[in-house]
Write a protein that binds this ligand. Structure first.
Ligand code: ZN
Length: 434
């Protein structure tokens, strides 16, 4: 049976949704112009007056906002409310530069929670479920985001946070967790640890659904996870600048619904900034329609995707974005060719002998970029015959070449040598940057 958190809103006819978006966009533009020095200046510099924005089509007149703007105005220079109206801060880890700070009013937290309540309901999660939250709690948005969403729908939350993997499995068994929320790579690691203790996630636990995100992962990885553990694996999407984790696929696993009453999405050509048509691949740009503390106008999120506005089998009228291949930030340029780690994952996961853990190593040798992929063999395929190893390395290398169009050296390493991750997996070592 199909269930909705807010059936009226989730199935609202598209024309009505768009009218609502138009009204909210007009309010938003006036709001940020009045409340944020940053936006006032950005609009003035671009020569746009708030009253020029009357329809959704006028959106393209507005200037973009970038992650760099949040860093440049660190910590709270873009906020539209004074600090005493905030109920929470989250802060990014700043692994690729200065951290970004996001502030939330009570209403911002409510909007975030609503988004996740709808999403979790759309994958059949609700009252009676025990949700083990294995995302980190703290300044990172993953743990608390999933936590609030799960409580809102009346599920029982087990706030395990990340790490302490043996204990996670023990809790999963003793408290009958039915849902796990964590990064896909951490779940694979949990499965490996369970395996070693002779515990089968499929047979010895109640787990039926995984809500996996905070790192890009492929359709092929989904197939691996579902096959190995007997659960249904769903993609969750969001980013801290927008609130945190916000959206999931519905039960049909065919794109991620973006709530149109809360967010306005576009896909643009990353080079020219021109809007692309529905179905064309480009960079995702999001405008927040409900946020008070830190609204974002045409935010260049940096993910490459396709928008699908076709009606979904679940009955929801809100647009979907198709699986995100990779964040523009994660893209590697190897001898002038763009390579996403996600593409490499897809190729590897299609080869049955290759295990789920891998590492991409990029070096510069004699002024040329050289890419190497380290892989582990699955236990079933493990062989100590040197000949078999060479054959497998060649097989993987030629599969990668046919997709990426570059030569990749493949190195088979002993099982367990590639570092496991309890949060976001580190799949790339780029020695060119050292
Ligand atoms: Zn759907």
């Amino acid at each position: 049976m199909l269930e909705y958190w807010n059936p009226l809103m989730e199935r609202m006819p598209v024309e009505e949704l768009e009218k609502m978006q138009e009204r909210k966009l007009k309010n938003l533009v006036n709001y940020v112009y009045q409340h944020s020095e940053f936006y006032k200046k950005r609009f003035d510099d671009a020569g746009v007056r708030p009253e020029e924005i009357q329809t959704l089509d006028d959106l393209k007149k507005l200037p973009f906002t970038y992650k760099g703007d949040l860093r440049d105005t660190y910590p709270t220079g873009m906020f539209c409310v004074p600090n005493e109206q905030l109920v929470r801060f989250h802060v990014s880890s700043g692994t690729t530069g200065k951290p970004t700070v996001v502030g939330y009013t009570k209403s911002d937290i409510d909007g975030w929670t609503t988004s996740l309540a709808r999403a979790m309901t759309s994958i059949g999660v609700g009252r009676g479920d025990i949700i083990q939250v294995g995302y980190g709690y703290g300044l990172f948005t993953g743990g608390l985001g999933a936590h609030y969403g799960a409580e809102e729908i009346g599920a029982t939350v087990l706030p395990a946070s990340s790490g302490n993997t043996e204990r996670q499995i023990e809790l999963m068994q003793d408290l009958n967790s039915s849902i796990i929320a964590c990064t896909p790579s951490y779940f694979l690691f949990m499965n490996e640890v369970a395996d070693k203790a002779n515990i089968s996630i499929e047979k010895d636990t109640n787990l039926r659904v995984g809500i996996f995100g905070a790192e890009p992962w492929s359709e092929e990885m989904r197939a691996r996870i579902e096959q190995a553990t007997g659960i249904k694996a769903y993609d969750i999407y969001g980013t801290s600048e927008l609130s945190g984790p916000l959206f999931t696929e519905c039960q049909f696993q065919d794109g991620i619904h973006i709530w149109a009453d809360q967010f306005l999405i576009e896909v643009i050509d990353p080079e020219t900034g021109e809007q692309l048509k529905e179905g064309e691949r480009g960079e995702l740009v999001i405008t927040t329609l409900f946020k008070e503390a830190l609204p974002l106008i045409r935010y260049r999120i940096g993910d490459i995707t396709v928008i699908n506005k076709q009606p979904c089998r679940c009955g929801r009228t809100h647009p979907r974005i198709m699986r995100v291949l990779g964040r523009a930030d994660d893209m590697l340029i190897i001898r002038g060719i763009n390579v996403f780690p996600g593409q490499i994952e897809s190729v590897l996961m299609n080869i049955p002998e290759v295990g789920e853990h891998f590492m991409i190593v990029v070096d510069r040798v004699n002024e040329l970029d050289v890419m190497k992929v380290q892989i582990e063999m699955t236990d079933e395929a493990f062989s100590d015959k040197v000949n078999d190893i060479i054959i497998l390395e060649k097989k993987v290398s030629s599969a990668l070449k046919s997709v990426l169009n570059i030569t990749v050296k493949v190195e088979l390493v002993e099982s367990g040598t590639i570092p496991r991750s309890m949060g976001k997996a580190k799949r790339v070592t780029d020695n060119r940057k050292l």
